[in-house]
Write a protein that binds this ligand. Structure first.
Ligand SMILES: Nc1ncnc2c1ncn2[C@@H]1O[C@H](COP(=O)(O)OP(=O)(O)OP(=O)(O)O)[C@@H](O)[C@H]1O
Length: 593
């Protein structure tokens, strides 16, 4: 069911909980600063009165000067405090949004997160959320004073004489006419601007993320041209928008400050007729001039509010990621048979794009199952569903007789070790990277796992050995070495179910033996599911499941499949042919994965 869209302001302020007090205080200080800002005007008025009434003495002039300076100090200090509190509140809100996004990413189905590009996630979590800071931090003190000040001035002028009050409105009201024309297409123009902006962002991210491929295929010129094209078209778009608005914008900016055009003649007429005193006229003129600055500044917040709206909406995309339901229950599991019962699945949740159709399969505890089949057949999808990266759309998956949805996500992750070819190393030492498999493991246990995974030899050769930061080591480690570290991690985790998704992808003649040994160490006595294109690595499996177009074509031991499954026979022959062709004299490894 589609969620009803929450207004962006509501979303934003739902993060203001921890700083409500500070925000309120910030508003109060902003109001005080506006009040303080009036005191100098009042002091000037009183001094004018002293001169007009011929009662001015050095003492009373000094007194009013002090009052004026005092008011000004209150204005400056309160504005400063309000700004500091508003900044603290803004950063608290930003922190709240980022933490909630991180939390949502953890609770969302893993596939939802992995389906998004790193650049895209970084752009939202860092850049878009950061876009909120300047308007948020400045809105409270500045917008409060920029709106309150003109209102208060208007009331003051009404109090002097209602006609003088109305006179000060003439210029702002006239300025509204070009403003109205300016705002007619504002929403659609801003949307187009954001689209152009996102396009540039995407091209930049693609350019940086894909730089390896670009260089490898010598496409740097065309990629650079695409990049330059995007930047140029963004410039053209913004300039065109600017050009289409600058006349109306300048007209508005020209009219807005002309408050004197109304106040001066009307004020003079009123003074001449005796309705207001000369001091009140002078005061009216000063006030009408001081209304201009704040009004002009207030209009800039229209743009800022729009940019906030877009930033919150971008953050909302991640804040509203679906959450994988977590039963939170720890269910006693007596065995680790994995059973897929009539499993169907589509990545978009619709029946039309199903990638698995009614799959039933049993992987008994301690057995070795291999998934093979043509590319795109659904092998990785089956593996990911067992690890619950997504939930099945039909049927069920159970471990030890319990539907995996009934297990807490933590329990399931303790039951399953998932090793893929994307072996991410965190920015800490290699030792800590291996220890991620079991944070309570001692150093000795880490070394033992590394030895079992055949990584000890290359790690000790590094200058700092196990303490080498993964960032430094990562540049020097081969794909196969990184993979063995991931396997060491999984050995340390010692989960009863092991899933290897293309884990032998980096196998080369030098590495194959070592990787196979490490996999053997990892999978001893475990329920093992292996996805492999290299059929020689799975020929001893207890059952080989042949998957094609999301359906099980056949299932059996290698000998059985070679006898009755033409698809498997073709694949095997292609593999043997390719292997003989590629490694020639290399001895075939009889692997018991
Ligand atoms: N994140 C995803 N979103 C949408 N569709 C996906 C996603 N991942 C895979 N698919 C689609 O699901 C189908 C099965 O893909 P899957 O990766 O499971 O196949 P596979 O048999 O493991 O392929 P290969 O051997 O090439 O890795 C394919 O059509 C693929 O395009």
């Amino acid at each position: 069911m589609k969620q009803q869209k929450e207004h962006w302001v509501k979303t934003l302020f739902s993060f203001a909980g921890p700083c409500k007090g500070k925000m309120t205080l910030s508003v109060l200080c902003a109001i005080l600063s506006v009040v303080g800002g009036f005191v100098p005007f009042w002091a000037v008025y009183e001094i004018l009165l002293l001169f007009i009434n011929r009662t001015a003495t050095l003492n009373n002039i000094m007194l009013w000067c002090l009052v004026g300076v005092g008011g000004y100090l209150i204005r400056v200090i309160c504005f400063g405090i309000s700004t500091i509190l508003a900044h603290i509140s803004a950063y608290t809100i930003l922190e709240g949004i980022r933490l909630k996004i991180a939390n949502r990413l953890m609770r969302a189905p893993l596939g939802e997160v992995m389906g998004r590009r790193i650049g895209y996630l970084k752009n939202i979590i860092m850049d878009k959320v950061e876009d909120l800071e300047p308007p948020l931090a400045h809105m409270i003190p500045e917008l409060t004073s920029n709106l309150l000040l003109p209102i208060a001035i208007f009331i003051w002028m009404l109090a002097i004489d209602w006609r003088l009050g109305l006179a000060v409105l003439i210029a702002p009201v006239l300025a509204m006419i070009p403003m109205f024309f300016l705002m007619r297409n504002y929403n659609s123009q801003y949307a187009a601007y954001m689209e152009a902006n996102n396009h540039v962002n995407n091209v930049i991210i693609e350019y940086v993320e894909g730089i390896e491929v670009v260089k490898a295929f010598n496409q740097s010129t065309s990629s650079y041209e695409k990049f330059v094209g995007a930047v140029k078209s963004f410039k053209d778009f913004t300039l065109a928008w600017f050009k289409s608005t600058w006349k109306t914008m300048n007209l508005m900016m020209a009219i807005m400050p002309t408050t004197l055009l109304g106040v001066l003649p009307i004020g003079l007429l009123l003074a001449q007729s005796g309705s207001i005193t000369p001091a009140e006229l002078a005061m009216g003129i000063i006030l009408s001039l001081s209304i201009v600055g704040p009004l002009m500044k207030a209009t800039t917040f229209i743009n800022e509010a729009k940019s906030m709206e877009y930033a919150v909406e971008a953050a909302n995309e991640l804040l509203n990621l679906p959450v994988l339901p977590d039963s939170g229950k720890i269910v006693p599991i007596r065995h680790t048979d994995i059973v897929l019962q009539n499993v169907s699945f589509s990545y978009d949740g619709t029946g039309q794009n199903e990638v698995l159709h009614d799959i039933s399969l049993k992987m008994p505890q301690g057995s070795f199952t291999a998934l093979v089949g043509p590319s795109g057949g659904g092998k990785s999808t089956v593996a990911r569903l067992i690890a619950r990266f997504w939930d099945v759309t039909g049927g069920s998956i159970s471990i030890g007789g319990t539907n995996i949805k009934e297990l807490s996500i933590r329990q399931l992750s303790e039951l399953v070790s998932f090793v893929t070819q994307d072996n991410f190393l965190f920015n800490c030492s290699l030792k800590e990277n291996i220890r991620l498999g079991n944070p309570n493991a001692t150093d000795e246990e880490v070394y033992a796992a590394a030895k079992a995974a055949c990584c000890d030899d290359f790690i000790v050769r590094l200058e700092k050995g196990y303490d080498t930061p993964a960032g430094d080591a990562g540049k020097r480690l081969s794909g196969g070495e990184k993979q063995r570290i991931a396997i060491a991690r999984a050995i340390l985790k010692n989960a009863p179910i092991v899933i290897l998704d293309e884990a032998t992808a980096f196998t080369d003649p030098q590495n194959e033996d070592k990787i196979q040994k490490s996999i053997m160490a990892l999978s001893k006595g475990k329920t093992l599911l292996v996805i492999a294109h290299r059929l020689s690595t799975i020929q001893n499996a207890d059952q080989i499941v042949v998957l094609k177009k999301g359906q099980i074509v056949d299932c059996g031991k290698q000998e059985e499949l070679l006898e009755r499954c033409p698809l498997y026979t073709d694949m095997w022959q292609a593999h043997i042919g390719a292997k003989n062709w590629s490694v020639g004299e290399k001895k075939e490894v009889g692997v018991n994965v």
